[in-house]
Design a protein around this ligand. Structure first.
Ligand code: C2G
Length: 487
């Protein structure tokens, strides 16, 4: 059980408060709007969450202090434009042991920061550095409020915090995955709202499912292009925070962004459409920042640009079709025919030539002449040499060796010599059996201090070779000598 403070009493804040309360946590919800605090604590109902009763155990407050001080977890659930101000107000009550969760999606204008970056910046100014987790995914508050099956991503650079939040929210209707690509998760959350506006516009203009599917697919392609340029992980874009959230936002009747787009498509003025929706339309807020990011990273984002043109540059929505459909011809994938032919041929030829693949295992600390000599001869037994390098943990717990160099340092040393083609980690004794299959190994090589020990690999169809060790060179001796010199 955790003591949790929730900042924001919108639909998402209240739906999450309910989930957390039902999961057995002590929850208090803060709202700056006094009347919300009064009405919700009295009626136990939220006007936009029909059919859900707010559990009696949830407390409400209009004092931000009550929702932050002495809480183990503080969750930000306010529209993205308020995040900085509220983080600034909250920071004095925050402590470094708390976990901060943010569910707002957007990119700040001017700084081009994601929401966790904004929170982090405000906290740093106040000398606070708690762990921050972004929670994002295909999650309509209306459905979560009715206990409908939902999946979501808990994203943090800090694995422990991501897992803690995962555990905190998991229940029979909410399934939480972790993801350590926070920037990717947050970028998806911001851009998908713009794509949803485009999808809504298409339907408002009278187009069908084909157009909607095209906008979702090509919208994801432009989001991924931007994300990859910014250093995000490509997999995130096909994950829950990526394609998952995009599908839900761009196809669902609950989505404000889709609705705003739909109204504009049905020839309502953008400003009027925003008013009609009556709640924050995050996609519109995100537009200037995403446009700036696309030019900063030289990424073409035609759909985002088209939505921006309608909302901010007075483009007639009816021009949208021409603008997107009559662009110059493109290929869906970046690889050319030449690239694909080349790759196919290379793989095929390699197979035809019966290229031989060799593998060897070891610590390779200091990478001295004894090792190099072995590697050189190992490579001569084939065309491709894989070195399986003992991880620091494996060395310590299994081999009881304290290395001079870390795994990463040893890996770069190995990668820098011309005989070695690939370096992968050794984490247990038993992996050899699977490695030889996974890497299609023909020859297994070790120094003859291991003679006979790996003969069992012959049963896997692998040639096992024990090369004579290079005499009079021992890592232990070199280390001993090095220590003597140092002292
Ligand atoms: N070697 C060699 N001549 C030397 C020193 C080492 O040929 N003078 C060989 C070893 O026989 C081994 C390889 O270099 O094949 C790597 O040696 P170590 O780093 O000492 O690794 P080791 O502890 O043998 O680890 O699961 C197998 C282990 O990871 C092997």
């Amino acid at each position: 059980m955790y003591k949790i403070g929730i900042l924001g009493a919108g639909t998402w804040g209240i739906a999450l408060a309910t989930t957390l309360s039902k999961n057995g946590n002590e929850v208090i919800v803060w709202s700056a709007v006094e009347s919300e605090v009064k009405v919700y604590s009295l009626t136990r109902k939220h006007p936009h969450l029909p059919g859900m009763a707010i559990p009696e155990q949830i407390a409400f407050t209009s004092e931000i202090r009550n929702a932050c001080e002495d809480r183990e977890v503080v969750l930000f659930a306010v529209p993205s434009v308020y995040i900085r101000n509220i983080a600034r107000k909250a920071v004095q009550y925050i402590n470094n042991n708390q976990i901060i969760i943010n569910v707002a999606k957007g990119i700040e204008n001017g700084t081009l920061f994601t929401m966790t970056q904004v929170i982090n910046e405000e906290f740093r100014k106040g000398d606070k550095c708690p762990q921050i987790v972004a929670l994002s995914g295909p999650t309509h508050a209306e459905e979560v409020a009715l206990n409908m099956p939902t999946t979501i991503v808990s994203s943090s650079k800090n694995r422990k915090s991501a897992e803690l939040v995962q555990e905190m929210f998991m229940n029979t209707c909410m399934r939480v995955y972790t993801n350590y690509d926070v920037l990717g998760v947050e970028l998806c959350g911001a851009v998908k709202n713009i794509i949803a506006i485009a999808a809504g516009m298409a339907v408002g203009l009278g187009y069908g499912d084909n157009a909607k599917a095209a906008l979702i697919t090509r919208g994801l392609a432009e989001t991924r292009r931007l994300g990859v340029a910014m250093g995000c992980c490509e997999e995130t874009f096909s994950g829950l925070a990526g394609v998952g959230d995009l599908i839900v936002t761009a196809t669902s009747k609950h989505s404000r962004n889709y609705k705003a787009g739909y109204l504009v498509g049905s020839s309502m003025k953008p400003s009027q459409a925003i008013e009609e929706v009556g709640m924050v339309v995050e996609g519109v807020n995100a537009l200037p920042a995403v446009i700036q990011l696309s030019s900063k990273y030289y990424i073409e984002m035609p759909i985002v640009e088209a939505v921006n043109a309608v909302f901010n540059e007075g483009l007639d929505v009816k021009e949208l079709e021409k603008r997107l459909m009559q662009r110059e011809m493109k290929s869906e994938i970046l690889k050319t025919e030449f690239d694909l032919n080349f790759e196919n041929k290379l793989v095929k030829n390699t197979r035809d030539m019966k290229m031989k693949r060799v593998i060897t295992y070891g610590t390779f600390d200091l990478l001295h002449y004894g090792h190099i000599n072995l590697l050189k001869r190992a490579k001569a037994l084939g065309d491709y040499l894989i070195v399986v390098l003992s991880s620091d943990k494996f060395n310590w717990t299994e081999k009881h060796k304290k290395c001079y160099f870390t795994y990463e340092q040893r890996k770069s040393l190995l990668e820098s010599i011309r005989y070695v083609d690939l370096v992968i980690p050794e984490t247990n004794w038993e992996q050899k059996k699977t490695d030889v299959h996974e890497f299609h190994i023909d020859t297994f090589v070790m120094g003859d201090d291991w003679v006979g020990r790996f003969d069992y690999l012959k049963e896997e169809g692998v040639e096992v070779v024990y090369l004579p060790r290079t005499p009079e060179i021992s890592t232990t001796q070199i280390k001993h000598d090095l220590n003597e010199i140092q002292q």
